[in-house]
Design a protein around this ligand. Structure first.
Ligand code: DC
Length: 221
């Protein structure tokens, strides 16, 4: 039976950085489920479908075939056979993903793919509903969070380092809005699973978080 580690938490908590590092350390496959929702969102944006029109989004779902592949250990998301990794990180795509991921038609499609991946390999999967819905039997469940101010500052530093001019207050507002939507939707809202361990990374650096989760894994498996 494969070993599954679920990491859930709000936007910008460091889930992907931590999960990637742990996957490397443990020889597991890293599955970034947010990237799959982003690929669907990118499809709806290019098709110019209104995010608020749930019926239209549902009807368009069969036209978006999302699959994943691995290149040098890095997850690549393919949308209708085309690699979209380079275009799904934009804020616009993230916000669209947060809106359309509330629709059951969008979720149903991706949850199935995520379960198939976890059944055939040892995975570290990150997202919003992995411990609560996608992999309820995961051997290790982590809820990774940090204050919105810390998360906004990390995002601000990341963008500034890339030379992007941005506004810290606007980033924090965006994060708070995104959290609200992800936590208050009806289908699979973001919440800590009852059996998940809470890790608050507000005052921890990456190495400390990786070590903390590694210890939790060692004790559980
Ligand atoms: O982790 P991220 O920022 O790449 O995710 C983008 C959006 O996708 C997020 O705001 C909510 C949605 N999402 C989800 O609903 N369920 C998941 N398992 C992962 C992401």
């Amino acid at each position: 039976m494969s070993v599954n580690i679920a990491i859930d938490g709000p936007a910008g908590a460091g889930k992907s950085t931590i999960a990637k590092r742990l996957a490397e350390q443990l020889g597991f496959i890293y599955v970034d489920t947010g990237a799959m929702y982003r690929a669907m969102a990118y499809y709806f944006l290019t098709e110019q479908i209104d995010a608020a029109d749930e019926a239209k989004i549902g009807a368009a779902c069969p036209g978006a075939d999302v699959t994943i592949a691995y290149e040098n250990g890095e997850q690549q998301v393919l949308l209708n056979g085309k690699n979209v990794n380079g275009v799904i990180r934009a804020e616009e795509v993230g916000n669209m993903a947060s809106v359309v991921s509330a629709y059951p038609a969008v979720r149903a499609k991706l949850v199935e793919l995520q379960r198939q991946l976890a059944a055939k390999s040892d995975v570290i999967m990150d997202g919003r509903d992995i411990g609560t819905c996608v992999l309820p039997d995961a051997q290790v469940k982590i809820y990774l969070t940090a204050s919105s101010a810390t998360r906004a500052k990390r995002r601000f530093d990341e963008l500034t380092a890339k030379g992007t001019v941005c506004d810290l207050a606007a980033i924090e507002r965006d994060i708070i809005d995104r959290d609200y939507r992800d936590m208050h939707r009806e289908t699979s809202p973001l919440k800590q699973a009852e059996d998940a361990v809470l890790v608050d990374s507000s005052k921890m650096d990456i190495d400390e978080v990786v070590d903390a989760i590694y210890q939790i894994y060692r004790e559980a498996v």
